[in-house]
Write a protein that binds this ligand. Structure first.
Ligand code: ATP
Length: 622
């Protein structure tokens, strides 16, 4: 058999296609070009300082003459480096395998670099068609300066420059923006971007305009600076928070995790926010802003703070706009969560006034937190407010007067039952708000000797006074009619005495009973398989109860009605009114009942009118 012939080829890269991919799918905006340039400058300075700790460390961004230039006093590039790293996409001198920058000092500085992917420079092609790099290497003292000119079509030229063209080691990267890129290279925009990305960089960064006026953009953050007094520090941090996030913090929590080289602060929001709104934290990586929208830095429950942190130990994604989700990030999130919890529990001992203010604003956050954290629950439960039949009080206060605490499941149940229960001496907590029902049920763990029960209709009726037998007997004919008319709605009717006298009737109903009624209604309307399934779900749910208040003057008169039609309409009207007070959506049969009761009463009122006008009407006696 004839040997097969092999020929070897090299991949070709369509640079325009690649840039298009990056700009549309990796980077959120063309503005990232400046971040990539600043980052390369920082890495070059890091590499040079590893060789010579006394080397200058300056980054200058020049704008103005239609081009943009970033100059650094970093390690620079030899001609060989240029071919190897600048002109090879995906190759980076900052990864150990590529080993471009020789020397053990630089090798050990590698973990300090921000870049790693070898694609950052391509971001410049998003705003310019041509990039010129003039560089002189600090690693090879005699090597000449080189000029590399790369174009978006994938071609590049390289030439050696005379020594005076670049007397000192370092690099200048110059861009001539395209027409659609000038928006991103204007002086004011560049200044804003340099402050945004480079505000916390550790080396001096200045932006100069066409007249040569230089503005320093980076500063030591206030949590790193020395301050004359704790008050001065607090004010500096508050000012930083105002300029960064636009609010004055309620308090500032220092964050410090040496294992991942993380320092920063968490500013406590002075106003409540929705717990579902995920907070945007500012995360810097080795000084460079990685993201100003990083919710993944903190646990979800920590929605009451905004953080600014600078770290060396977390990894960016390739877009460099988010944190890479790994075990380290998980551990950092837990550690920062623990720090916030310590701050909260510490406040209880050190600054109760501030804790009160915090809880006034953020009690929802604390409640969300306490559900999953026993230590916090124990510590903070005494401070948390709940709506109860004694007003807005803490559970601790409430439990002192009510050894058995009843809790409703919905706000409407509470609204309806609270006045009656309070008058009967029952202690009821509104469990209808987010987290409250669960938290109240956990009270016995924290406060032994307290009992917590769900409020059910039977508990309330047990606390309503029975009426005396003669009154019950006198009301019997009316009650019989009422039970007949209301019974079709799966509701019993009873007569009791309770406060307040202004309430004619109380409808005690619970969820299971309501669900059961809805189920049987559906089963009635359905057929075949669906009806069988609904039928198999049948449970013996307790019926609802309409409790008529014998202390109420209207009810006292109603129970003496002897005319059957009027008794039925009156019972329906009382039921309808109690039904409306529950504020739950009405079912079709209930709306029809209300309608009927209203028209029936109107009819009776008009009969009375006819009677007084001398007309006659036949009424059926009970
Ligand atoms: N200002 C500079 N000084 C010295 N070398 C530079 C400079 N800018 C770029 N380089 C060299 O060019 C290489 C490629 O840069 P590029 O920005 O594309 O990728 P990177 O910084 O290595 O990684 P990343 O894609 O993560 O940014 C770098 O690894 C570095 O060797």
């Amino acid at each position: 058999m004839a040997p097969q012939s092999h020929s070897s080829h090299t991949f070709q890269v369509d640079l325009r296609g690649l840039v298009d991919l990056l700009s549309h799918h990796l980077y959120s905006s063309p503005r990232v070009y400046l971040r990539e340039l600043l980052q390369n400058a920082v890495d070059a300075i890091t590499a040079r300082q590893a060789l010579d700790p006394g080397a200058p460390a300056r980054i200058t961004v020049e704008t103005g003459d239609g081009t943009l230039a970033v100059t650094d006093t970093g390690v620079g590039l030899t001609e060989k480096d240029v071919h190897s790293f600048l002109a090879t996409i995906g190759r980076s001198s900052k990864r150990s395998a590529d080993g471009g920058l020789d020397g053990t000092a630089i090798a050990s500085a590698r973990s300090e670099f921000i870049g790693q992917f070898g694609i950052g420079l391509l971001a410049c092609f998003v705003v310019a068609d041509e990039i010129t790099v003039v560089s002189r290497s600090a690693t090879t003292p005699g090597a000449p300066a080189v000029e590399w000119c790369g174009r978006a079509d994938g071609s590049y030229t390289i030439r050696t420059l005379p020594p005076h063209a670049k007397p000192e080691p370092g690099t200048t990267v110059r861009l001539t923006p395209r027409a659609d890129g000038t928006e991103w290279t204007r002086h004011d925009r560049v200044l804003e971007l340099a402050r945004h990305y480079g505000g916390l960089l550790r080396h001096e960064v200045t932006v100069t305009d066409a007249r040569g006026t230089a503005t320093r953009v980076n500063h030591t953050p206030p949590w790193e600076r020395r301050h004359a007094s704790p008050l001065a520090r607090r004010e500096a941090l508050a000012e930083h928070c105002r300029s960064t996030f636009g609010f004055t913090p309620l308090d500032t929590i220092d964050l410090n995790l040496p294992v991942v080289g993380l320092r920063g602060v968490a500013y406590v929001l002075p106003t409540a926010v929705s717990p579902s709104q995920r907070a945007g934290h500012r995360v810097h990586l080795k000084g460079m802003l990685l993201s100003d929208q990083a919710p993944e830095l903190l646990p979800d429950w920590a929605f009451f703070v905004r953080c600014v942190v600078d770290t060396t130990g977390l990894r960016p994604t390739a877009s460099r706009e988010a944190l890479y989700e790994d075990e380290t990030l998980g551990a950092v999130r837990d550690a920062l969560g623990a720090r916030l919890r310590d701050w909260l529990t510490g406040l209880a001992a050190s600054d109760p006034t501030l804790l009160h203010r915090f809880i006034d604003i953020h009690h929802l956050a604390v409640k969300a937190l306490a559900r999953h954290d026993d230590a916090l629950l124990r510590m903070l439960l005494p401070w948390l407010p709940f709506e109860t039949t004694d007003g807005n009080v803490t559970l601790e206060e409430f439990a002192r007067t009510h050894p058995t605490i009843l809790v409703t499941r919905t706000v409407d149940e509470f609204r309806q039952v609270a006045p009656v229960a309070a008058a009967a001496g029952l202690g009821v907590v509104n469990g209808g708000y987010t987290y409250d029902h669960d938290l109240v049920h956990r009270l016995p763990e924290v406060r032994p000797g307290t009992a917590v029960e769900n409020l059910d209709p039977a508990t309330v009726t047990a606390h309503l006074d029975a009426v005396d037998p003669t009154a019950e007997l006198a009301a019997a004919p009316f009650l019989t009619v009422a039970r007949e008319v209301i019974g079709v709605h799966d509701c019993d009717v009873v007569l009791r005495s309770f406060q307040p006298v202004t309430a004619p009737a109380l409808l005690l109903d619970d969820r299971e009973a309501r669900h059961e009624r809805t189920r049987s209604e559906l089963a009635g309307a359905a057929d075949g398989l669906w009806a069988d399934i609904l039928g198999s779900l049948r449970t013996e749910a307790p019926r609802a109860q309409l409790v008529l208040n014998h202390l109420n003057p209207l009810v006292r008169r109603a129970v003496t009605i002897t005319e059957r039609g009027l008794a039925g309409v009156t019972a329906e009207a009382l039921y309808g009114q109690a039904l409306l007070l529950t504020r739950r959506p009405l079912r079709a049969a209930e709306s029809a009942l209300l309608n009927r009761a209203f028209l029936g009463l109107l009819d009776h009122a008009m009969h009375d009118h006819d009677d007084t006008q001398g007309g006659s009407a036949t009424r059926k006696e009970l």
